[in-house]
Design a protein around this ligand. Structure first.
Ligand SMILES: [Ca+2]
Ligand SMILES: [Ca+2]
Length: 283
């Protein structure tokens, strides 16, 4: 962690453009003074001449989910073997998003989805969330990126992808990481995936991250790279961030779950590559 330093303190400047940094080109580096004192992230070594800068985040502080600037919540609707219901999502008041799963008075299993659709959509960069794990079977939390352009058939994932930075349908400490492309039909759907183990304390908090680069998708758990793939090409389409929980057989038998169950999310942060030392050069 020693090599890490928080980016972006007291800086707001327009930057010159370097080749290969198209996603950061011509945009101001945002200033996030509220991040002082928050837990820093261990970021992978950036390419020569560049550095990571924070461009978007939510620490889930305060009393209410920020539905004005950052997120939207889908309306109540069927989702797999349960329902996505806005009332399952809340902030704890001490810095966490709580994603609950429970059975309502009608016997319906409810879980939730938070997404940045229309408010923050981005291609490439470093996406990280810190979250813990639920304890009951029959459902799974996920931190993922999505665009409806995943439905474009052909051209690998270049023209759209679903990128699952973390899904946890199992209680044995494994997680699922995946890239999906070419829609979801039996005929065309393609996927590559990896199922690494969380290590000695699977129930505690972990960070899950994706470096969506020009040449590979690299996945990290607790700052350590656990998987890399470029099997589908690299998506060039902006995606939005999703935090969700889904009830379904992939996660086991929900009727055997002792509900309510919950997952806590400490933060979501997005970093991008900028020219190294840009803060002084831009003055
Ligand atoms: Ca495609
Ligand atoms: Ca937090």
């Amino acid at each position: 962690m020693s090599a890490f330093r928080f980016c972006c303190l007291a800086l707001s400047a327009f930057l010159s453009v370097l080749p290969g940094l198209a996603s950061a080109a011509g945009t101001a580096v945002p200033d996030f003074p509220e991040l002082a004192g928050e837990l820093p992230d261990a970021l992978p070594a950036p390419p020569a001449g560049t550095e990571w800068r924070l461009v978007w985040h939510d620490e889930f502080d305060g009393a209410e989910i920020d539905l004005k600037e950052k997120w939207e919540i889908p309306e109540f609707r069927v989702r797999r073997d349960g329902f996505w219901a806005p009332e399952t999502l809340s902030l704890t008041g001490d810095g966490f998003l709580k994603m609950s799963v429970f059975k309502d008075e009608s016997g319906r299993f409810l879980s939730g989805c938070l997404r940045s659709r229309g408010k923050y959509e981005k291609a490439k960069g470093f996406f990280v969330a810190r979250m813990n794990s639920p304890h009951e079977t029959g459902h799974w939390p996920a931190f993922w990126l999505y665009t409806p352009e995943i439905g474009n058939i052909g051209n690998g994932s270049v023209d759209g992808a679903e990128i699952d930075i973390m899904e946890k349908p199992w209680l044995d400490g494994k997680v699922n990481l995946a890239v999906h492309w070419d829609g979801y039909s039996k005929e065309h759907h393609q996927v590559v995936y990896s199922m690494p183990a969380l290590g000695p304390s699977p129930d505690g908090f972990h960070t899950y991250a994706l470096w969506w680069g020009d040449e590979a998708y690299r996945f990290y758990i607790d700052g350590k790279q656990v998987w890399e793939t470029a099997a589908a090409g690299i998506c060039e389409v902006p995606t939005y961030i999703k935090l969700s929980d889904e009830v379904g057989q992939w996660g086991g038998d929900i009727s055997k779950a002792n509900l309510p169950d919950e997952t806590l999310v400490d933060y979501v942060r997005v970093y991008d590559l900028f020219p190294a030392g840009a803060e002084t050069a831009a003055e």
